[in-house]
Design a protein around this ligand. Sequence first.
Ligand SMILES: Cc1cc2nc3c(=O)[nH]c(=O)nc-3n(C[C@H](O)[C@H](O)[C@H](O)COP(=O)(O)OP(=O)(O)OC[C@H]3O[C@@H](n4cnc5c(N)ncnc54)[C@H](O)[C@@H]3O)c2cc1C
Ligand code: FES
Ligand code: FES
Length: 468
Amino acid sequence: MIRFTLNGTPHEVGEVSPTTTMLDYVRENLHMTGTKEGCAEGDCGACTVVRIVDGSFEAVNSCLMQIGQADGIEILTVEGLEAINGGALTPVQDAMATGGGTQCGFCTPGFIGALFALEQSGELSGDDASDDIIHDALAGNLCRCTGYRPIVEAARDACGKVVDYTPQPAIDRASEHTTRDQVFHAPQTLSELMRLRAAHPAAMMLAGGTDLGLSVSKDRQKPAVVILTAHVAELLEIEEADDALILGAAVSYTRALPFIDRLYPSFAEMMRRIGSRQIRNLGTIGGNIGNASPIGDTPPCLIALDATITLASTDGERELAIEDFFLDYRKTDLRPGEIISRIRIPKLTAAQSFRTYKVSKRYDQDISAVIGGYRLTLDGDTVTDARIAYGGMAATPKRAVAMEAALNGAAWSEETAAAAGLKAAQDFAPLTDHRATAEYRARVAVNLCTRLYRDLAGTETELEVVRV
Ligand SMILES: Cc1cc2nc3c(=O)[nH]c(=O)nc-3n(C[C@H](O)[C@H](O)[C@H](O)COP(=O)(O)OP(=O)(O)OC[C@H]3O[C@@H](n4cnc5c(N)ncnc54)[C@H](O)[C@@H]3O)c2cc1C
Ligand code: FES
Ligand code: FES
């Protein structure tokens, strides 16, 4: 039985498919139609609800989240906000209503969910209505008629007005939800996860569901067996060793970000552009690697950072350089029964610099046309070790070995960087698709090397389009 707290009240899900999306469940089963369906693929934010996990309020896309993922946690929909605020509109709702932040109203419940989670997070404290934080929190919500200015102003008006709501006590989670034709496993230990993986090699293995959720919401698939990794304690661990950051594969982007920010700031800056907050609250780095997309954003960075992954099964563990994991288009070295358990990212030494550049049509909420990750080790002006990897340039995320060879041992200058960039033609033969042409991708891969030089040199030249 799936049980969660819904709008402050304990809730038990009856005989309903555990892979039903939270959006369909609240709208069709509970007839709570405040939460809206726009795109059903995580892009528009109309379906945003708030989940409370370990006391943190997080906006999530209910169109991607399956109800099996909600077992034991707390969910707030727009219908519940007044109830948890003593019967009065919450400050965010009040500011949206009085400040003209809504017209047709279709997007409004989603904006309210995103803003309520932001206010409750305490990020906007006192008078600090930082536009950067507000824009970041709203990047996953689209409005086609009001315009964003009054919505941002509503966020500023509600700034610092946190609702005094104590999350309900955690509900015990079940490790299995069975219906007539589906079993949804939610193991809590790694050994149990590995046992289930060995027993059900064809099962859907779900982490945050931001990739796999589409197969349910869009393709209407109904997998017979699902194995959820998100409750496995070992996969949620974050460990900082002397020489490396070690992330459990089910750690969400949001939880990883403070660590990544401190150790690899450029990686964190890029990570804040992966999807939206709603996506980053659910999505995991393990899922980004497991999905093995040639345009996934973290693999090129992880390859450049010389990261390794641990693959675990009932037969034991093995550690693999992440670049060796990707064999061909969407083909990985994951063997039957194996799961990714950990990602180990070496820390940068004093002689090393890391940068990543994501090139996409929009700044926020867009998939890369090209992404480059660069780690340079310098001894004075000499490059002693260059590790460079690109996404969007081949069937897999891939190292740029000819570029690296052109840099290793060379004096670091804009000319050397530009000359190394030209080696992209030896390393890659990119494709044309709806995101970019092959020529564009090839040109970008070259030019990013010049950008790398200028960035590391601290040039005054503007390196990217910025909001003014
Ligand atoms: C609107 C939207 C925007 C997005 N924007 C971006 C973006 O900007 N950049 C980007 O890179 N991606 C983006 N994505 C894709 C997605 O969010 C990421 O790939 C995310 O990291 C997937 O993680 P997840 O936990 O949700 O994976 P899931 O969907 O749960 O799983 C993805 C795959 O990984 C496998 N997997 C999960 N965990 C493991 C494990 N421990 N071991 C082995 N295999 C595993 C699953 O079986 C599945 O095949 C976006 C998706 C959406 C819907
Ligand atoms: S319906 Fe568009 S993000 Fe969920
Ligand atoms: S108010 Fe109409 S879509 Fe936003």
